[in-house]
Design a protein around this ligand. Structure first.
Ligand SMILES: [Zn+2]
Length: 211
């Protein structure tokens, strides 16, 4: 029997993932952040669960369970979405301050630390192929489960030497954040193809709304 496991995705990915660490992709879920009309890509809890699925921070099984529960417990799901947005904006404020060499807003750092601490409470060391990895508890009835790996990702990036290579896309209408992992650290654009497509979609949308 072949032991190569083919990963068949049940759903088409919904998010453009090009940031590198999941915390940067998460920041980018507020699209057009610097334009007049930012686009919220996390409009419902389902979107958050889909983000977790696309990035692989939760398994499909966990996502399915959260999907189902979010239909039943709409208020709790909405609260978790609110927490996710709060976490996202805290990560953004801290990372953006470093990217633009400004003072880090202490309120945002405090908020981020709250989430980092909660994430730590749900993290365990697991032995994987002779090494150890951080694993988060499988608490698939906890709507905030997707937030734990995101908060940890932010903590790890901020405490790493890679922080200085976080860039904002050079396109003024994009400015998505990404980690420049290129050899000479000269990458300026998030992703030519996808960045360009987003710009085109935006132009189309603007034309349509002006008509
Ligand atoms: Zn871009």
């Amino acid at each position: 029997m072949a032991n190569t496991k083919k990963v068949v995705r049940r759903r088409e990915p919904r998010f453009d993932l090009l940031g590198g660490p999941v915390c940067l992709d998460f920041i980018n879920t507020l699209d057009d952040r610097f334009l007049n009309q930012p686009k919220e890509l996390l409009a419902s809890y389902i979107d958050l669960a889909r983000f977790a699925e696309d990035t692989g921070i939760l398994s499909e099984k966990q996502v399915d369970r959260l999907f189902a529960l979010s239909q039943q417990f709409t208020e709790q799901a909405a609260r978790a979405l609110g927490a996710a947005i709060q976490l996202r904006e805290a990560i953004y404020a801290v990372v953006w301050a470093k990217v633009t060499k400004k003072l880090v807003p202490q309120g945002a750092l405090y908020t981020l630390n709250q989430y980092v601490q909660v994430a730590a409470q749900h993290a365990n060391l697991a032995e994987v192929k002779g090494r150890f990895e951080w694993r988060f508890e499988d608490a698939s009835n906890n709507f905030e489960m997707p937030l734990w790996p995101i908060a940890r990702s932010a903590a790890e990036l901020l405490a790493s030497n890679e922080l200085e290579f976080v860039r904002a896309c050079a396109s003024e209408t994009c400015q998505w954040l990404f980690l420049d992992a290129s050899k000479n650290h000269g990458r300026r654009w998030c992703d030519m193809k996808r960045c360009g497509n987003r710009a085109k979609a935006r132009a189309f949308y603007t034309r349509k709304t002006k008509q």
